[in-house]
Ligand binder design. Structure first.
Ligand code: NAP
Length: 521
C-alpha cells in the first residue's frame, strides 16, 4: 500500500497545513519515508464538524447495519495485515510476527463488538409499563435505553501500534456504541496509523455511511490534542499514555464551559505478591516467569509486572537468582521513541537514587535507542519510606522488594497507589494470608490474578483494564473488553411515548429480540 501521509478527515485527503514529519525507525535511529502531514486547529474543527453532522444518522443505524460495518472494518484490517505489520515493525522496532498477532487481535475486537451490537444487551433496555390504577398516584409508562454520548476523540497509544492505536479497542468500542470517532494518531507510528485509518474509512464508504463517522488527525506538540479536547462538539475523550499527559488533558476537559468525561489509562506497576508456601515450592519458576513477562515488548506494556514482593525465607534466593538470570541474559532491544528511551534511562537512575540496588543488568545497548534490561532490589522497610520506588519505569526493568514478614507485605500492599492489575502466587496453605491481602488489593486494582501474570490479557465480557487513580481517571470503567463500550453510552428515558415513536428496542413487540428488563424482572 502506498502511503500518502495525508490527514484523513472524513472522505477527504488533507495535505500538510502545519509542516510535515517523518517516522523514525528506532532500530536504526534513521528517519523513514514518506513525509506525513501535520494539521492544526482548523483540521480538528473540520473533523469535529463532520463527526457531529454524521452523528444522528450513524447513531441511529440499525443494530444489523452497525455490526455489518464493524465486520467490514475487521475484513479490511485482515486484508491489510501483512503491509500493516511490516510498516508497524519498521516504526516500532517490535517483531513483525508479533505485530501480525496485533492486527489479528484488532480485527477480532471489531468482530466481537459486532456481536455485542447485534445482541443489543448493551442498550440495557428497561421497561416500566404504565400502572394507571396505582395508588396513591398512577404511574406513566417509562422506557429506558442507552444511546451514544456523541462524537468521541481518541488518543492512540504509542506502545501497541495497532490494538491500542487507530484501529484499537477504543475505536472499536466507540463505533460500536454508535459514537462517531476522531483519532489523534500517535506520531510514533504514522504509517501504521494511516493504513489502519484507510481500512476504517474504506468500511465507512462500503457501508454507505456518512463520511464524518471516522477521521484521523495528526499534529506536532500539544496544540492539536488540546484543540480536540476543547472542541465543543466533542463529547468524550479516551487516552492511553503518561500520567502527565493524561491528567493535563483530563484537567483541560473539566475546565471547558461544558465539561466532558476523559477516560485515561495511565500508569501501573502491576505488583506481584509471592506468598510463602508458593515461594518455598516454586520460587525459581515464579521468578523466571515474572522476568520473562517484564521483558515483553521491551517492557513497554501497561501490564508489565514491575514490582515483585516476597518474604525473606525459603525459596527467596532461588526466586531472586531466577529473576537475575533471565534479566542478565536479555538482549538490549530498541525502544519505541527517543522520548520513551530517555525517560527509561532517567527512571532507572531515579530508582537507584531512591535507594534501589542493581541486582542484574542485561546485554548493554548497541543502538542509540536500545533499552537494556535491569533488575533492581530493595528491602521492604526502605520501600515503605521512599514513594519514588513505587513509580512506574516504562521499559525492561523491575524491582524486587524483600519484605521481613507477612505484616510488612500487607503494609507494602497498603502503600501502593491504584493499579491496573495485581497478582498473587499462592498454594492452598497460603490462603489465610491471601484472604488478608485480598481486600487491600481489591481497593487498589481493577484485576487480581492468581498463579499467573496479568499479561497477556483476554478481551472478553469479564475483562477489566482499568483501576483506581492513577491507573485510570475513572475506576468505574474499563478500556479493554466488551464492557468498554459503556464509556460511550448514556441513558435516556422515554416517558408516555406512543409505540410508533419509540426507538425500536423499546417498542411493545421486541422485534430485535434484545434482552429487556420489564418492571425490574
Ligand atoms: P504521552 O506522552 O502521554 O502521549 C500520548 C499522546 O497524548 C500523544 O499523542 C501525545 O501527543 C498526546 N499528549 C500528551 N500530553 C499532551 C498534552 N499535554 N496536550 C496534548 N496532547 C498531549 O505518552 P507516550 O508518548 O506514549 O509515552 C510517554 C510515556 O507514557 C512513557 O514513557 C510511559 O511512561 C507512558 N506510557 C504509558 C502507557 C500505559 O499503557 N500505561 C502506554 C504508553 C506510554 P504528542 O506525541 O504530540 O506529544
Amino acid at each position: 500500500m502506498k502511503l500518502t501521509g495525508n490527514l484523513l478527515i472524513g472522505a477527504h485527503e488533507i495535505p500538510a497545513t502545519e509542516g510535515t514529519m517523518k517516522a523514525l525507525n528506532p532500530a536504526t535511529n534513521q528517519l523513514i519515508e514518506p513525509d506525513f502531514a501535520l494539521g492544526g486547529v482548523e483540521q480538528v474543527d473540520r473533523a469535529a464538524t463532520l463527526a457531529d453532522e454524521a452523528f444522528d444518522a450513524y447513531s441511529h443505524t440499525s443494530l444489523a447495519e452497525r455490526s455489518a460495518f464493524l465486520e467490514r472494518i475487521a475484513d479490511h484490517l485482515d486484508a491489510a495485515s501483512k503491509a500493516l505489520a511490516a510498516r508497524a515493525a519498521l516504526e516500532t522496532g517490535l517483531p513483525e510476527a508479533q505485530l501480525q498477532g496485533e492486527v489479528a487481535r484488532a480485527a477480532t475486537q471489531f468482530r466481537q463488538f459486532a456481536d455485542v451490537v447485534r445482541k443489543g444487551r448493551f442498550l440495557q433496555v428497561a421497561i416500566d409499563p404504565a400502572q394507571p390504577d396505582r395508588q396513591p398516584r398512577p404511574r406513566m409508562d417509562h422506557r429506558l435505553q442507552k444511546i451514544a454520548i456523541g462524537p468521541v476523540a481518541i488518543f492512540g497509544a504509542s506502545n501497541f501500534p495497532i490494538s491500542y492505536s487507530v484501529a484499537g479497542g477504543d475505536t472499536a468500542s466507540a463505533l460500536a456504541s454508535g459514537a462517531t470517532v476522531i483519532v489523534k494518531a500517535h506520531n510514533a507510528h504514522p504509517g501504521a496509523s494511516e493504513i489502519q485509518a484507510r481500512a476504517i474509512r474504506q468500511a465507512v464508504q462500503d457501508s454507505g455511511l456518512p463520511e464524518g463517522v471516522f477521521s484521523m488527525v495528526r499534529g506536532s506538540g500539544n496544540a492539536i490534542g488540546e484543540a480536540l479536547v476543547d472542541h465543543p462538539l466533542i463529547k468524550a475523550v479516551t487516552f492511553t499514555g503518561s500520567e502527565q499527559g493524561g491528567m493535563a488533558l483530563y484537567r483541560r476537559a473539566q475546565q471547558r464551559p461544558e465539561p466532558i468525561p476523559v477516560f485515561t489509562e495511565m500508569t501501573s506497576v502491576n505488583p506481584t505478591f509471592v506468598l510463602p508456601h508458593a515461594l518455598a515450592g516454586r520460587g525459581s519458576q515464579i521468578g523466571d516467569g515474572f522476568a520473562e513477562r517484564m521483558l515483553v515488548n521491551v517492557g513497554q506494556a501497561c501490564l508489565k509486572p514491575a514490582i515483585l514482593i516476597a518474604i525473606e525465607g525459603t525459596g527467596f534466593d532461588a526466586l531472586r537468582a531466577a529473576m537475575a538470570q533471565r534479566a542478565a541474559q536479555a538482549g538490549a532491544r530498541p525502544m519505541l521513541t527517543p522520548g520513551i528511551h530517555a525517560s527509561y534511562i532517567r527512571g532507572l537512575d531515579d530508582l537507584q537514587r531512591a535507594g534501589a540496588r542493581l541486582a542484574a543488568e542485561g546485554e548493554p545497548a548497541h543502538g542509540d535507542l536500545d533499552g537494556h534490561s535491569a533488575l533492581l532490589e530493595v528491602d521492604g522497610a526502605h520501600f515503605l519510606s521512599e514513594t519514588a520506588l513505587a513509580h512506574e519505569v516504562f521499559g525492561p526493568a523491575a524491582l524486587l522488594v524483600k519484605v521481613r514478614d507477612a505484616a510488612q507485605m500487607l503494609a507494602v500492599a497498603r502503600s501502593l497507589r491504584g493499579q491496573l492489575s495485581a497478582a498473587m502466587h499462592l498454594e492452598q496453605t497460603d490462603i489465610e494470608l491471601a484472604r488478608r491481602l485480598l481486600p487491600i488489593l481489591e481497593r487498589r486494582t481493577g484485576r487480581i490474578v492468581v498463579n499467573a501474570f496479568a499479561h497477556p490479557q483476554e478481551v472478553s465480557f469479564a475483562t477489566i483494564h482499568g483501576g483506581p487513580f492513577p491507573a485510570s481517571s475513572d475506576s468505574r470503567f474499563t478500556s479493554v473488553g466488551m464492557t468498554s463500550i459503556e464509556r460511550f453510552l448514556r441513558p435516556v428515558s422515554y416517558q408516555g411515548f406512543p409505540d410508533a415513536l419509540l426507538p425500536e428496542a423499546l417498542r411493545d413487540i421486541n422485534a430485535l429480540a434484545v434482552p429487556r428488563s420489564v418492571d425490574g424482572q
